[in-house]
Ligand binder design. Structure first.
Ligand SMILES: [Zn+2]
Length: 689
């Protein structure tokens, strides 16, 4: 090997050249230790040019693919600041940055590190959040952790192109690792990624006719399609279009299912024959929450290949059906872990929260439908932090909008076990422990996008900075805001030189009366549920001020109950909490939470004009804005207790049909953001007026 290198007497094989490039690349990144399996003097002897870091510009769809309305910016172009950066740091200081130190499934014996331990989805799941977390925080410790798995994966590709541990050949966990590789390449430009993906896809294309997609991979094929599209847009290899068609033909037909949606009731174990061992059969998999969360992107993703508008509309159709029969006020559909109906005492799995978010991010980009941005914020600011402890060292498997106790009990879950709503390391089942890490980082990375006509798009709002390329010119954007706790957003647009391009600002459906100013000059009033478009020649220092009126409002739910909302935040009555440690779990612990107060209130609201009956108080937005200790906004509303509405076995009974009457005295109760209340009532009966 040495003589080949020094004399150049014969060409290095392409795979070997890639390996050398990767090692040189790792050394440049400061991972000399990781590259040290190769003698450093040989590395320095190489005269190859340095691999360039990934570009900050978005990559558009390549013909014959249909175009997307918007394109995601590469990982690293959008950086969180303010409270959002603090949230990612909490994650890094909690399980997000330490899971491998305390949970053997992603620890040193992981199959994705060459060990004999867990070799299926958990390693890739963890990486799917660890990679964006590490690069958005620019955290060398986390990058080094991620790099070990990436190196093992890229350096141990089989000669036939297969990736991953040899102990199984399941397509599904590899679908997750492909998502990891695309993000890693965007952040670093590692030259080993694209050839490895191409070889893997060619191997899969050759193998699928005799070893077709099955169970999880069959129902989650659209997630792999995204990675195939990502690669096709970078290398234009026509075999990838063939692979997309095979994945589509072997994958589950979600679009047909939702054209005539059959699952309109709470799904029982009997209905899907779980007791007869049919957990991996179509009926169980089609009603599985995480599968549905991932499936929401299917129509938009496939529309890039099919070009059909009816496919592109598929995500909105799926959400409409899930909401109608299984919708909950925290933005989720019920899935504990199969579809569970409209009762807000049913749960939603954390994996489904983060997969639904990822589907919304992708669907928003492809379709340009602002409703997906509204929904994404509803999940990111409510359901996601609402199922994690303030320090992100513990999470639930299932969260409930009306969650009056978190304890060992079998009810009300459709098919989940008695630990499902405990806070802990891996309650009920370990998938969420590995998978939840993708939620916050991918949300941060998706705040801004590039439009098809080369404009910048504010897709969702939170404090951040953007460095990207628009029309071949570097553009720096600074977004300062305490949104969603406040309605003011300040955006500074700084192109390297004066540049004409459109700025698109998402105006949420709830934001009637929103105002936009450019350099202090009011713009035409924007319409809710649209993207407001500002076409002008931007110059450094230009300032855009957006003001969203945060008027409290209500939404209607199960048995005509109401949830109180303000902007993208949903509010809950926070029940007094008694946290009781169940057991230590290495660096963390499992907890039960018991109520210390009554919670069975009905609200006194004039539903025709609810804001008249709701008082708002605001306090400083802290570094932990979703903590109950520092709730930066509270709503105060009149209520009466409803003694007949009780809990059994730790579960609130179904809400009585509203309106209701009560002879209890009227009192004023305070509501805090959903996420701040780990024990909570979110859907309330209303009193007859
Ligand atoms: Zn899960």
């Amino acid at each position: 090997m040495q003589s080949v290198l020094y004399t150049g007497s014969r060409p290095l094989s392409s795979r070997f050249q890639i390996s050398l490039k990767r090692r040189r690349f790792l050394k440049q990144l400061g991972f000399a230790g990781l590259a040290s399996s190769f003698p450093s003097r040989l590395l320095s002897a190489l005269a190859e040019t340095a691999s360039t870091p990934s570009s900050q510009s978005a990559v558009k769809n390549r013909a014959p693919l249909a175009h997307s309305a918007f394109y995601p910016l590469p990982l690293g172009a959008v950086r969180p600041t303010g409270w959002l950066r603090a949230q990612l740091q909490i994650q890094a200081d909690g399980l997000g940055g330490h899971l491998d130190e305390t949970w053997p499934d992603v620890g040193p014996n992981s199959g994705w590190l060459g060990g004999s331990g867990e070799s299926w989805e958990r390693g890739p799941y963890f990486l799917d959040g660890l990679v964006p977390l590490a690069y958005l925080l620019d955290d060398a410790r986390l990058k080094a952790k991620a790099q070990r798995y990436l190196d093992w994966t890229l350096n141990n590709q089989a000669s036939n192109g297969m990736l991953g541990p040899r102990s199984n050949d399941d397509w599904w966990p590899r679908m997750v690792m492909l998502k990891v590789l695309t993000q890693y390449h965007e952040a670093t430009g590692d030259p080993g990624v694209i050839p490895a993906m191409q070889r893997y896809f060619e191997y899969q294309l050759a193998s699928l006719p005799t070893r077709p997609l099955r169970d999880w991979g069959k129902f989650r094929w659209q997630d792999q399609a995204l990675s195939v599209l990502w690669l096709y847009n970078r290398n234009g290899n026509a075999k990838l279009l063939d692979l997309l068609n095979v994945l589509h033909s072997q994958g589950y037909d979600w679009l047909s299912e939702f054209a005539n949606f059959p699952y309109k009731e709470r799904i029982t174990a009997e209905r899907i024959k779980l007791n007869e061992g049919e957990g991996l059969k179509d009926l169980a998999l089609a009603t599985h929450g995480v599968n549905n969360g991932q499936a929401i992107k299917t129509g938009p993703v496939w529309s890039l290949v099919s070009g059909a508008n009816s496919d592109r509309a598929g995500a909105a159709r799926m959400i409409e059906q899930l909401d109608r029969y299984h919708g909950l006020p925290n933005g989720m559909f019920s899935c504990d872990e199969h579809l569970a109906g409209l009762n807000p005492s049913q749960g939603s799995e954390l994996c489904t929260v983060v997969e639904f978010m990822f589907s919304l991010e992708q669907s928003l980009a492809i379709t340009g439908d602002p409703a997906f941005g509204d929904r994404l914020e509803r999940l990111a600011f409510n359901a996601l932090p609402g199922t994690l402890t303030d320090d992100m060292w513990a999470h639930q498997y299932d969260q409930e909008p009306n969650q009056v106790e978190c304890s060992l009990h079998r009810d009300p879950w459709t098919t989940n076990g008695p630990e499902s709503n405990l806070f802990g390391l891996d309650p009920n089942f370990g998938c969420c422990a590995a998978n939840f890490h993708q939620g916050w980082p991918k949300f941060a990375a998706s705040l801004w996008m590039l439009s098809h006509d080369d404009g910048l798009v504010a897709a969702a709002y939170a404090p951040c900075e953007v460095h990207t390329i628009v029309r071949n010119t570097p553009v720096h954007v600074v977004e300062e805001t305490y949104y969603p706790f406040r309605g003011t957003i300040r955006i500074r647009v700084n192109p390297a030189s004066p540049l004409a391009f459109p700025l698109l600002l998402r105006i949420p459906a709830w934001a009637a009366g929103a105002g936009i100013k450019v350099n202090g000059v009011s713009q035409p009033a924007p319409s809710p549920a649209t993207f407001a478009r500002i076409d002008r020649t931007w110059k450094a220092g230009d300032r855009v001020d957006v003001e969203f009126p945060l008027i409290p409002r209500v939404s209607k739910w199960f048995h005509d109950s109401v949830a109180v909302e303000r902007g993208p935040l949903v509010f809950s009555y926070g029940i007094g909490e008694d946290w009781v440690k169940l057991r230590d779990r290495g660096l963390t612990a499992d907890w039960q939470v018991f109520p210390t107060a009554q919670w069975n209130f009905a609200l006194a609201l004039n539903l025709a004009s609810p804001s008249d009956d709701i008082t708002v108080t605001e306090t400083e937005v802290s570094g932990r804005p979703f903590s109950s200790k520092d709730a930066p906004v509270k709503l105060h509303v009149k209520a009466r207790k409803l003694p007949a509405w009780l809990a059994e076995n730790g579960v609130a009974n179904p809400l009585p049909q509203s309106p209701v009457t009560s002879d209890q005295p009227e009192e004023t109760i305070s509501l805090i953001p959903y996420a701040a209340a780990k024990l909570r009532v979110t859907a309330f009966p209303t009193l007859k007026t």
